[in-house]
Design a protein around this ligand. Structure first.
Ligand code: PLP
Length: 373
């Protein structure tokens, strides 16, 4: 089997699973219970949160645990809007965002909020001149992903944050789900940051929203204190401890992984240059973990199935987007509907080997030749 869909999900690391299983057995009580067993669970959560905060260079009080990145994005966007609507109803985002960012934004648009989409340069980066034009005194939120999930475009978050910080009523949310553990991002000027451990060999069922302590958000879920007042519900010590383990492990070797994945990405790009009908959609400077391409005249889900028949697993778009519709990010960059309808996404990780990439290239060629006949 050759798994090349790591942007959708990653296999859980043994150490992470072990941490989860041990913590599940050890911490049997509700962490909010007043007795000794509850206090032990709470202490374990506090210690894990302190470690996570130090890895991410934030304060422990700034960490909010959610069920995943989708909830974290919803909490950030709806939370800011509900808290700061008295200052305005204007928001800015891009056409590169994941559906868990555009979904709440479109929902809010129906409630009377105004959304502007900032233009992108040919390399996918935000056109900062256009962003300057769009920012207004009544803009309350800008939401831009650090790395988009379909093309892998990396934004210059620090520069964008600098620009946005000139507007005192405006908050900057960054969905860093495809960035954390993969590429270096400077998040100092960001108010809200989303991440999910299952994208870097952690478990499903937990996400993190970092909310800088200087700002407030209205909770999505009401009903008692958890680890914070911003998200109610009994916190799961085992998931939090497993998240700490996943972040700790990925942080340790991130640079080595990056260089290896870059080499593999370049290898695939080089081979794809031999096909006249294959267009690489990911810009050269995109994250090496994601490589998006379109094949002229071949339906992507047919190609995906052909590859799957040979035990090679890739995706056509982000797993959360609607099937058989054009990829919004690819359309935004190319303005070519056919190309945006024909996308395949290959995503790599430190687990990907050169042998797998070579085998993938051979199988790709076989499938391509069969379908072109
Ligand atoms: N944001 C981005 C950029 C993603 O790639 C994904 C998942 O693909 C999500 C958010 C949603 O993540 P989750 O599955 O944890 O809700």
């Amino acid at each position: 089997m050759i798994y090349l869909d790591y942007a959708a999900d990653t296999p859980v690391r043994e150490e992470v699973l072990k941490t989860f299983c041990e913590a599940t057995k050890t911490y049997v009580a509700n962490p909010n219970a007043g007795h000794k067993l509850g206090k032990e669970a709470k202490l374990a959560i506090t210690e894990a949160t302190e470690k996570i905060a130090s890895y991410l260079k934030v304060k422990p009080e700034e960490i909010i645990y959610t069920s995943g990145a989708t909830e974290a994005n919803n909490l950030a966007i709806k939370g800011i809007v509900n808290e700061y609507k008295r200052y305005g109803k204007h928001m800015i985002t891009t056409y590169l965002e994941h559906s868990s960012v555009t979904g709440p934004m479109l929902y809010l648009e129906q409630q009377g909020y105004e959304i502007d989409y900032v233009d992108l340069l040919p390399n996918g980066k935000v056109d900062t001149d256009h962003l300057k034009e769009l920012l207004r005194p009544d803009t309350i939120l800008v939401s831009i992903g650090a790395v988009d999930s379909e093309l892998g475009v990396c934004q210059d978050i620090s520069d964008l944050g600098e620009m946005i910080s000139e507007y005192p009523n405006c908050h900057f949310h960054v969905d860093a789900t495809q960035a954390i553990g993969k590429i270096q991002v400077d998040l100092e000027k960001v108010d809200l940051i989303t991440l999910a451990p299952h994208k870097f060999f952690g478990l499903h069922g937990i996400g993190i929203l970092i909310k800088k302590e200087t700002i407030h958000i209205e909770p999505l879920i009401h009903g008692g204190i958890s680890t914070t007042t911003y998200r109610s519900g009994t916190p799961t010590a085992a998931l939090i401890l497993s998240a700490e383990k996943a972040i700790h492990l990925i942080k340790e070797d991130q640079k080595i992984y990056y260089n290896k994945v870059m080499m593999l990405n370049q290898l695939i790009r080089k081979k794809l240059k031999g096909y006249n009908d294959v267009m690489v959609n990911s810009p050269e400077a995109a994250s090496p973990f994601i490589l998006n391409l379109s094949i002229k005249g071949i339906k992507p889900y047919v190609f995906q199935q052909k590859l799957a028949d040979r035990e090679v697993f890739v995706s056509t778009k982000s797993a959360c987007s609607t099937a058989n519709t054009p990829s919004r990010p690819v359309y935004a960059l190319t303005k070519d509907r056919k190309r945006a309808l024909a996308t395949l996404r290959i995503s790599l990780s430190y687990l990907t080997t050169e042998e797998e990439v070579e085998a993938f290239i051979q199988i790709f060629e076989q499938c391509y030749n069969e379908l072109k006949k």
